[in-house]
Each structure stands twice: as C-alpha cells, then as structure tokens.
Design a protein around this ligand. Structure first.
Ligand code: ADP
Length: 217
C-alpha cells in the first residue's frame, strides 16, 4: 500500500514538473545559435541537442558500450569514441548509419527530457537542428522555425566557418527544404534583417511563450 502511495506521489511529482517545451530548428546558418543566445539572455534555459548527443557517448556510458560491442574496440581511442572513424563507417554504410541513429536517438531524447524537466522556468527551448529529419517533433509542445533566404544562409556560414560555398550548399541539400520546414512550423522567425530586427521577433515570441506556458499550467 505504502509503495503504491509512494510511487503515485513520485509520478505526480514528475508530472507536475513537466515544463512547456519549445523546439527550435532551422537550416544551417539560419540563425539558431544566435536566437538561442538571445533567449538565454532573457533567462530561458536552452538545451542543445548536439551537445546532448555528445554527452550520451561519454566514456563508460551505456551507449558507448553498445557501440563498442557492435563495432569492436577500434571504435574507441583512449576510452573515447573515435568520432572520425564512426563518421567514416556510417558514411560508407547506410545500414550502419541507421543502426547508430536508432541506438542513439532514444538516449538523446531521454536525456533532453530529463534536462528539460530539471529547469525551474516557465518554458525551455530545445535546439534541435534536425528536429523534423530525425523525428523529434513529439518531444516538444511547439515548434519555432528560424528561416533565412538561402543566399544569406550560405553567406553567413562562409563568414562563420570559412568553408567554400559548395560545402554549405551540399549541407543545405541534405536537410529538408525550407518550404517543408515552414509547413510544419507553429512559429517562424524570419532572419533576413539585422540583429535588432531579429531581437525584436525573439522578444515578442518570448512573451507569447510565457503566456502559453502559463495557460497550459
Ligand atoms: P545556425 O546556428 O542556424 O547555424 P548561427 O546562429 O550560427 O546559425 O548564424 C550563422 C552566422 O550568421 C553567425 O556567425 C551569426 O553571428 C550570423 N548571423 C545570424 N543572424 C544574423 C543577422 N540577423 N545579421 C547578421 N548576421 C547574423
């Protein structure tokens, strides 16, 4: 009886902790990191899917052990995942790519949800570059898409990373199209102006999200 009561309490405590989750996505160079930074300056906790993806394969993690059992010891160097080796393998073999992705996504999703629910704020932002491509839609209550004209995306990434335009173009091609992303968006930030123009849109949405989180609670 006591244990049923305790587990009900624990479940209730967990449920009551659920924080309103906004997924932030967009193509390369659209301005995701910039918007995340602006939101975090407004006090919003931002959880970065790329950073979480790295954390779930840290030394001694369950996921890294499973990768080691699958690919063998040569996939680690000094206890750490050899990312370059893994990239080469999955680039050359679609089945292996699918195996790695279906292994890692549940770990990444669980970790993101756990981090989100630990935040003491009305809402949190999950920055997920491949939100639609990797099937993360169900993780969030609302999707915010950052959009920018392709020429601006390319120009900004060239300046940021010093890479050739062809490399940026091939990354853009590998992602879903801007139209497809916009169709599935709940909110859109058009990042085609200057930083002030961007900041104004971020502040307006921030006020909306505070209100949405409040009415949901
Ligand atoms: P993403 O995270 O989507 O790849 P970033 O936020 O890193 O994109 O933006 C790409 C580059 O463009 C960065 O160097 C950023 O400072 C710059 N940038 C973003 N938005 C603007 C803007 N409105 N005006 C000028 N530069 C911008």
């Amino acid at each position: 009886m006591r244990s049923i009561f305790c587990s009900t309490l624990a479940r209730h405590a967990l449920e009551s902790q659920v924080v309103y989750r906004v997924g932030l996505t967009g193509g390369i160079g659209s301005g995701k990191s910039t918007v995340s930074l602006m939101l975090s300056r407004l006090g919003v906790p931002v959880i970065d899917a790329d950073q979480v993806a790295r954390s779930v394969v840290e030394p001694e993690s369950k996921a890294l052990n499973m990768i080691k059992s699958h690919f063998g010891e040569e996939i680690v160097t000094e206890g750490r995942l050899d990312r370059r080796r893994l990239r080469e393998i999955i680039f050359a073999d679609e089945m292996e790519r699918q195996w790695v992705e279906s292994l890692l996504h549940p770990f990444i999703q669980a970790e993101m949800l756990q981090r989100a629910d630990q935040q003491d704020h009305a809402y949190v932002v999950l920055e997920i570059p491949l939100l639609f491509e990797a099937g993360y839609r169900s993780l969030v209550d609302r999707v915010l898409v950052i959009d920018a004209p392709k020429e601006l995306q390319i120009d900004r990434v060239i300046r940021r990373d010093g890479v050739p335009p062809s490399q940026v173009e091939s990354i853009i091609k590998a992602q879903i199209s801007s139209d497809e992303r916009l169709k599935q968006a709940d909110d859109v930030i058009e990042n085609s102006g200057d930083f002030t123009h961007l900041e104004r849109q971020v502040e307006r949405l921030h006020r909306n999200y505070l209100e949405m989180a409040r009415t949901q609670a």
